[in-house]
Design a protein around this ligand. Structure first.
Ligand code: GRF
Length: 192
């Protein structure tokens, strides 16, 4: 596949709902977008996010995660075939190996629902509420072989209200996520 007018060929990896994928697709359709989404990959056959890719006629595929190596080898082949130069993880629930990261050898971004370095891993909203934090938020960072630990590209915070529940906080943060993923991509690529 040819690279389109200097835009980065991008693959988005998902496992479920796909609301971040939806907002990335929306951005990619704008005139000044710096990315073209050429591939969506899910490790979950019933990921709702796959519908967004289908609706927009974006090449999408389910890869069965029998084991990490077979999943990643298949993925690497697809990435090569589609000339992918940027991967965006968007609710992708598997951890990529350092071997994969080295072999891909290009930027991989992730969005995480906390103010990293706080609350790496899962259940971030619950942990922030339990700890009576005043703020939480979302972070876009570079993926390295250490979980949720790569260089931070962009972060935005929200206030945690006394009345907030895990659900209400998740909703607030998701709204932010949809804004900062695009902004982070622009920040990263505009300087290229
Ligand atoms: C988001 O909260 C994201 O930060 C986290 O997983 C969730 C995915 O949501 N990594 P969605 O599938 O994009 O709606």
């Amino acid at each position: 596949m040819e690279k389109l007018s200097g835009k980065k060929n991008t693959a988005v990896l998902i496992s479920g709902r796909g609301s971040n994928l939806k907002s990335l697709i929306k951005y990619s359709k704008t005139k000044k977008a710096l990315i073209t989404i050429v591939l969506v990959v899910s490790d979950n056959t019933i990921a709702k996010g796959l519908n967004y890719a289908n609706k927009s006629n974006i090449n999408n595929i389910f890869i069965k995660y029998s084991n990490r190596k077979s999943f990643e080898d298949r993925l690497l082949k697809l990435l090569k075939r589609s000339n992918v130069d940027l991967i965006c993880l968007a609710g992708f629930m598997k951890i990529l190996s350092s071997r994969f990261i080295k072999k891909f050898n290009r930027t991989i971004l992730n969005i995480h629902p906390s103010l990293l370095p706080k609350y790496k891993g899962l259940n971030t909203h619950d942990r922030a509420i339990q700890n009576k934090d005043k703020y939480s938020g979302a972070t876009v960072h570079i993926v390295t072989d250490k979980l949720d630990s790569g260089k931070i590209i962009l972060q935005k915070k929200v206030k945690i209200l006394k009345s907030d529940t895990v659900k209400s906080l998740e909703k607030k943060i998701l709204k932010i996520e949809h804004k900062i993923y695009t902004k982070a991509i622009i920040k990263l690529l505009a300087s290229d």
